[in-house]
Design a protein around this ligand. Sequence first.
Ligand code: HEC
Length: 217
Amino acid sequence: MTRFVPILSALVGLTALAGCRGQVSEEPPIVPIRNMYDQPRYDPLEESDFFQDGRTMRPPVEGAIAREMEPDSTIATGRTEDDSAWLLEVPAQVVQRGGGMEAVVERGQDRYEIYCAPCHGVAGDAEGLVANRAVERGFATLKPPSFHDDRIRHMPDGQLYATITNGIRNMPSYRHNVPQDDRWAIVTYVRALQISQASRSTAMNDATAAGSEEATQ
Ligand code: HEC
């Protein structure tokens, strides 16, 4: 009997080796215990036999909106409900859920200094580092207008919001970098800048009229 043991183990060893000859098998592997991570699934865009329209990727149920999507189109676009004009003011709901005007302006300043000041300048006078460098390099057309120009001072809030959202000519869109309520917050801060600079420039004009050189620096 003991004679057969080495022969038997040699046979078992050979059989096992015969299994590793490097062939590629098209057959699914045999998995004795199917854990949850190994289960049938569809690949993206794969055809489905189960659904009538043949799509595995299901379209959202009609009327469903993503959680981060704004159901109120006026807030989302900065346009009035009938899309006939710009909203003149930042929507009250945005100010309310932002914790009141003061908090919203503060948030706006924080975001403005990150996302707008590099081009538009901390004071909104278009003296940002990027803008100035563009001019130095001979790309004067990339210098944005000052927010203290009459045209932009009189621009409705909704239009300012839409400019940030969609971009304009040489300015890129900030829709994806800055969430919607933050874009409105930036609008409130641009308004605050305009008011503060307007009163300062009046004060400066008075000072200049009085002959003070220093005040204009
Ligand atoms: C990369 C530089 C850059 C950044 C950052 C930038 N802008 Fe601009 N912006 C521009 C340029 C350039 C223009 C002029 C576009 C043109 O007329 O071709 C402009 C124009 C504007 C205008 C005037 C639009 C008009 O009707 O003439 C507004 C308002 C404005 N930007 C607001 C903002 C705000 C708010 C932010 C921050 C969210 C911002 N921009 C960020 C470069 C920038």
